[in-house]
Design a binder for this molecule. Structure first.
Ligand code: UDP
Length: 413
């Protein structure tokens, strides 16, 4: 396993967005944990929401005085093929899970657990990828409670994968989910912690006109002088980039100069990304108003989410969907599918619209309605930013997480 580089972060910097009271509460929770050493483990340092969350939460915990490490598993494509199949199975798409796949999962998780040399008081395993480490962690850190932090959409998991997961979830001490609807039938305490965005990163902070102009140049030939609709997502079948393309095509019948930006990165632990990117790019190649963009720097994503007229998130399943809060925080209305964590963020008719995941025509009509009504976009934008300020900024998530860790630490294993 390896420790990804972390930026220096200070909790004090959040005073303006979070308020003094919340910061004091965080400091008090941190004091309760001042002799507790915490380890977070996940499977990628870049790409996707979990890495995005840990990159902010871990350094802020350190600044608060909570001794916190983040380690990323070392693994190759064979392992990530298996864990993507597990991810897909838990989100309801059941390819068979073979004995060979189970053996690969076991070997790689065991090898990573064997590399764990330090002492910890609590181990937080994120998503299914590192869960198999539990076998060895139980031996090497017998007194450390194990928290499973599941970020994925468990609305309709396949039985086969749930059965596989239960070999491990039967031995955790606490589970954290992103919505109450995902709670599994487990014999351990469970909590719901809504994810959050960090308003102070290059991705989310406000930008002056000059910085904005520089980033707009990076997006050329996309131009904000004509209407723009954007979706920012890993290239992943669950994100339904083809559905977004179809919705855009229908919206073009009403708004012929509409542009579509499909921005996506490849997470290191997601082997499906590149192939899907190639298929989406090939499908869009003949339309000069469609821009398929990869590996944009965070500041460029910031400008894309900020300057687009409407952001779309047409996911078929979605654990939470940080990108939705990212766009709303920048006062951009969102048309999203009514799946997973999206309805927590999109308030239908207040900061955007919710549509059924298969309803491409409905998504297109909502986009067109918003594009034709600047006042509504402005009103929805203001509502969206307030909604995120109240519910989905980092200090709130951190307080909820530290609450759980205080409970876990006092209960023990
Ligand atoms: N992201 C990015 N560049 C891209 C695509 C995605 O920086 O081209 C970021 C996005 O801004 C967000 C995260 O990756 O912070 C995706 O998190 P989300 O919860 O929306 O989805 P996940 O990838 O975890 O399923």
């Amino acid at each position: 396993m390896h420790a990804p580089p972390l930026p220096d972060r200070s909790i004090e910097a959040f005073a303006e967005v979070a308020g003094r009271e919340r910061l004091e509460r965080l400091r008090s929770l941190a004091t309760t944990l001042d002799d507790v050493r915490i380890l977070h483990v996940n499977s990628t340092a870049t790409g996707g929401g979990v890495a995005e969350l840990l990159r902010s939460i871990v350094p802020v915990c350190i600044d608060l005085g909570v001794d916190t490490d983040w380690l990323v598993m070392d693994a190759g494509d064979d392992f990530f093929e298996v864990t993507k199949a597990i991810h897909n199975g838990l989100q309801g798409e059941g390819a068979r899970l073979t004995e060979e796949m189970k053996a690969t999962y076991h070997d790689v998780t065991d090898r990573n657990a064997a590399a764990l040399k330090d002492e910890y008081d609590i181990v937080v395993l994120h998503d299914p990828q590192p869960l198999g480490m539990i076998d060895r962690v139980e031996e090497t850190l017998p007194n450390a409670p194990i928290v499973w932090r599941c970020h994925i959409d468990l609305t309709d998991p396949s039985d086969e994968y749930l059965a596989f997961l239960s070999e491990y979830t039967g031995r955790i001490d606490h589970a954290i989910f992103s919505r109450s609807a995902y709670e599994l039938e487990l014999d351990v305490p469970m909590s719901v912690v809504y994810p959050s965005i960090d308003p102070l990163t290059a991705k989310n902070r406000s930008l002056d006109e000059e910085a904005m102009a520089v980033e707009c140049d990076h997006l050329d030939p996309l131009s904000f002088d004509a209407p723009v609709v954007a979706q920012v997502s890993r290239f992943d079948p669950w994100k339904d980039q083809f559905g977004t393309l179809n919705a855009y095509r229908r919206a073009c019948e009403a708004i012929p100069n509409l542009q579509l930006a499909l921005a996506g990165g490849m997470a290191a632990d997601d082997p499906e990304g590149f192939e899907l990117y190639e298929r989406v790019a090939a499908e869009a190649v003949d339309d000069t108003n469609v821009h398929v963009l990869t590996d944009l720097p965070d500041a460029t994503v910031n400008v894309l989410q900020r300057r687009s007229d409407v952001v779309v998130q047409k996911s078929l399943r979605e654990g939470f969907g940080l990108v939705v809060s990212e766009a709303l925080w920048k006062r951009t209305p969102v048309v999203g599918s009514s799946v997973g964590g999206i309805p927590l963020q999109v308030e239908d008719g207040r900061n955007g619209y919710l549509v059924e995941p298969a309803d491409t025509a409905g998504a297109a009509d909502c986009v067109v309605d918003l594009l034709k009504d600047e006042d509504r976009r402005t009103r929805f934008g203001a509502n969206g930013q307030e909604h995120v300020r109240e519910r989905f900024l980092l200090p709130r998530q951190l307080a909820d997480l530290l609450d759980v860790l205080v409970e876990v630490s006092s209960t023990g294993r």
